[in-house]
Ligand binder design. Structure first.
Ligand code: NAP
Length: 283
C-alpha cells in the first residue's frame, strides 16, 4: 500500500475547515498564526508560502512577517516578545534555519510556550518526554497519524528510527515508544546499519541522504515511512531517503516523496494552531 499523505492531509484539512468555520460564532474570531521569515532562503520562502496556503484552506488567519537577513537577534527577540503579549496571536513560528549571527536556541526559547505550534520549545520537549500534555512536533505527529490511518498496528512491533534530530528522529522514536513499539534509533555512527534496519517491522527514515535506504535494508512486509526531502543527484527531482522504486514491492506500506510525510507535517501545524487557539479560549 502506498500511503498518500497528500490525500489524508486534504481530508483532515477539510474537517478542520468545517470546525474553524464555527469559531467566529462561538469565540468571536478564528485562530491566528504568525510566521516570521528572516532573509530569502528559497526553501524557507516556499515553506512559509505553503503555511499561508494551508491556513487559507483551513480558514486560519495567517500573518507572514518578513525580516531582512541583517536583522539583529535583539530586534527579532523584541518582535517575538510583542507577539507573545498579543492576545490576538495563537501560534508563532520563526522559520528555521536562521542566519548564523542569530541563536536558534535563544529564539525558540523566546517564543511563549503556549504559542509554540512547532512544539520545539524546551518546555514542550520536556513535557513530551515526561508524557505530559504538550504541543507535539508536526512531523512525528503526522507520521503517527499516517500509521493510524493506514491501520498499522504499532504496539508490540519492532520500530527502527533512522536519524536522531530534535525535530524528527528523537520525537518520532518517543511517540512510537509511547504507542508500545520496541524502538531502536540508528544514526551516522551505527555499525552494520543494514542489519539493524532489516529487523524493523516499522522503519522511519529521517536522515537527509537521497535514496540511501535500499531494498536489502528493508524487511519483507515492513512499513516504511520516508521523511527525507532531497534532490536526486541524477535527475534533480525531489526524492526521499528511501529508494522508493527498489523498496515499494518489498514493503507492505510505504510513503512516497513528494506527497507523503510532507503534507502531513503541514496539516499537523494547522491542527496545533487550532489546539493552541482553543486552549487560549479556555483560559
Ligand atoms: P538532521 O538534523 O540533519 O539529522 C539527520 C540525522 O540522520 C542525524 O541524526 C544523522 O546522524 C543521521 N544520518 C545522517 N546520515 C546518515 C547515514 N548515512 N546513516 C544513518 N544515519 C544518518 O536532519 P532532520 O532535520 O532530522 O531531517 C532529516 C530529513 O528529513 C531531511 O531530508 C529533511 O529535509 C527531512 N525533513 C522532512 C520533513 C517533512 O515534513 N517531510 C520535516 C523535517 C525534515 P548523526 O546524528 O550521527 O549525525
Amino acid at each position: 500500500m502506498i500511503v498518500s499523505g497528500k490525500d489524508l492531509a486534504a481530508r483532515l484539512k477539510a474537517e478542520m475547515a468545517a470546525e474553524v468555520a464555527t469559531f467566529p460564532e462561538k469565540y468571536g474570531r478564528v485562530p491566528h498564526l504568525v510566521v516570521i521569515l528572516v532573509g530569502e532562503n528559497p526553501a524557507s520562502v516556499s515553506y512559509v508560502t505553503g503555511k499561508a496556503k494551508d491556513s487559507a484552506e483551513v480558514g486560519i488567519k495567517n500573518t507572514t512577517l518578513r525580516m531582512p537577513e541583517s536583522v539583529t537577534e535583539q530586534e527579532l527577540l523584541d518582535v517575538i516578545a510583542k507577539l507573545n503579549a498579543d492576545s490576538d496571536v495563537d501560534g508563532l513560528i520563526v522559520q528555521l534555519p536562521l542566519p548564523k549571527h542569530i541563536s536558534e536556541d535563544r529564539v525558540i526559547e523566546a517564543i511563549a510556550v503556549e504559542k509554540d505550534v512547532d512544539g520545539f520549545h524546551p518546555l514542550n520537549v520536556a513535557a513530551l518526554w515526561q508524557k505530559r500534555p504538550c504541543v507535539l512536533p508536526c512531523t512525528p505527529k503526522g507520521i503517527i497519524r499516517m500509521l493510524d490511518d493506514a491501520g498499522v498496528e504499532i504496539a508490540g512491533k519492532k520500530a527502527v528510527v533512522m536519524g536522531r534530530s530534535n525535530i524528527v528522529g528523537l520525537p518520532a522514536a518517543k511517540l512510537l515508544l509511547d504507542r508500545n513499539a520496541t524502538v531502536t534509533i540508528v544514526h551516522s555512527r551505527t555499525p552494520n546499519l543494514a542489519e539493524v534496519t532489516a529487523e524493523a517491522d516499522i522503519l522511519v527514515v529521517a536522515i537527509g541522504r537521497p535514496k540511501l535506504v535500499t531494498a536489502d535494508m528493508v524487511k519483507p512486509g515492513a512499513v516504511v515511512i520516508d521523511v527525507g526531502v532531497n534532490r536526486d543527484p541524477e535527475t534533480g527531482k525531489l526524492c526521499g531517503d528511501v529508494d522508493f522504486a527498489a523498496c515499494v514491492d518489498k514493503a507492505s506500506v510505504i510513503t512516497p516523496v513528494p506527497g507523503g510525510v510532507g503534507p502531513m507535517t503541514r496539516c499537523c501545524l494547522m491542527e496545533n494552531t487550532i489546539e493552541c487557539f482553543l486552549k487560549n479560549q479556555t483560559k
